[in-house]
Design a protein around this ligand. Structure first.
Ligand SMILES: Nc1ncnc2c1ncn2[C@@H]1O[C@H](COP(=O)(O)OP(=O)(O)OP(=O)(O)O)[C@@H](O)[C@H]1O
Ligand SMILES: Nc1ccn([C@@H]2O[C@H](COP(=O)(O)O)[C@@H](O)[C@H]2O)c(=O)n1
Ligand SMILES: [Mg+2]
Length: 216
C-alpha cells in the first residue's frame, strides 16, 4: 500500500490526501498538540472522539449506542467510527488530515484499510506516564461523562490491551514517531515540531490556494 498522497475514494469522487494518525493514552495531550500542529503545519484536525460526541448530540439511535459505550470507556464498533471519519473527510476541503484518537485497536486499523484503501504517512505516538495522564484527566473540567476515575481506569485498560497492539502494528511497518508527552505542553510541541519540520511537505505552512489537491 502506498503511503503518500493517496487516492481517497467515496461518493464517486477521488481526491489525493495525506493522513497522519495521532495516538496516545487518554489525557496524553492528543487534542492539545493536534491544535498546535494544525495551526503551524496546515493540517485539518479531526478528533474521532469529537465526531462520536457530535453523533451523540445529534440524538440519533447510533448516538445513543455510542454514548453507552463511551460511558463504559469501551470502543465503538469500527464500521461506525470509520464511516463517521470518512464522512468528515469528504466534507472538508483539505488534503492533509491529522486524525486524533485513531486507530484505537487492530479492528480500527483493518476497517480503515478496507474501507478507505489508505495508509497513514506516519503515526505520531504521544507516550505519557499513566499517573500524569490520570492527573490531567481529573483536572480537565470539560464536563466529559467519561472523565471520572472509574471510567478513566477502564480507558487505561483498553489503551494497554487494545491500542498498544495497534501502535506495535505500525512500529513493525516503521511508521511510528514517538515523543515523550509527559513534559510540559511547550516542550512536547518542540519535539513534535522537529518531526513535522523534517518532512518536505510540512516545512512551510501551506497556502491553501496553492496547495496541490486532485479531485476527480
Ligand atoms: N503536556 C501537558 N502538560 C500538562 N497538561 C497537559 C499537557 N497536555 C495536555 N494537558 C492538559 O491535559 C488535559 C488532557 O489533554 P488533552 O485533552 O489534549 O488530552 P487527550 O489525549 O486528547 O485526551 P482524551 O484521549 O481523553 O481526549 C487537558 O486539560 C490539557 O489542557
Ligand atoms: N477510534 C476511537 C476513538 C474514540 N472512541 C471512543 O470515544 C471515547 C473518547 O475518545 P477521545 O479520543 O476523545 O478520548 C473513547 O474512550 C472511546 O469510547 C472509539 O471508540 N474509537
Ligand atoms: Mg482528546
Amino acid at each position: 500500500m502506498e503511503s503518500r498522497k493517496e487516492g481517497y475514494r467515496g461518493s464517486g469522487k477521488q481526491k489525493m490526501v495525506k493522513i497522519v494518525f495521532v495516538i496516545g493514552g487518554p489525557g496524553s495531550g492528543k487534542g492539545t498538540q493536534c491544535k498546535r500542529i494544525a495551526q503551524q503545519f496546515g493540517y485539518t484536525h479531526l478528533s474521532v472522539g469529537e465526531l462520536l460526541r457530535q453523533e451523540i448530540n445529534s440524538g440519533s439511535e447510533t448516538g445513543s449506542m455510542i454514548q453507552k459505550i463511551m460511558k463504559e470507556g469501551k470502543l465503538v464498533p469500527s464500521d461506525v467510527t470509520v464511516r463517521l471519519l470518512q464522512q468528515a473527510m469528504r466534507g472538508m476541503d483539505s488534503d492533509k488530515f491529522l486524525i486524533d484518537g485513531f486507530p484505537r485497536n487492530e479492528e480500527n486499523v483493518k476497517t480503515f484499510e478496507n474501507l478507505t484503501k489508505m495508509d497513514p504517512e506516519f503515526v505520531l505516538y504521544l507516550d505519557c506516564p499513566q499517573d500524569e495522564m490520570e492527573r490531567r484527566l481529573l483536572t480537565r473540567n470539560e464536563g466529559r461523562e467519561d472523565d471520572n476515575i472509574e471510567t478513566i481506569r477502564k480507558r487505561f485498560k483498553v489503551f494497554m490491551e487494545s491500542t498498544l497492539p495497534a501502535v506495535q502494528y505500525y512500529e513493525s511497518k516503521g511508521k511510528v514517531k514517538k515523543v515523550d508527552a509527559g513534559k510540559p505542553v511547550d516542550e512536547v510541541f518542540e519535539s513534535i515540531k522537529v518531526i513535522f519540520s523534517q518532512r518536505k511537505d510540512d516545512k512551510v505552512r501551506p497556502n491553501r490556494h496553492n496547495h496541490t489537491c486532485l479531485i476527480l
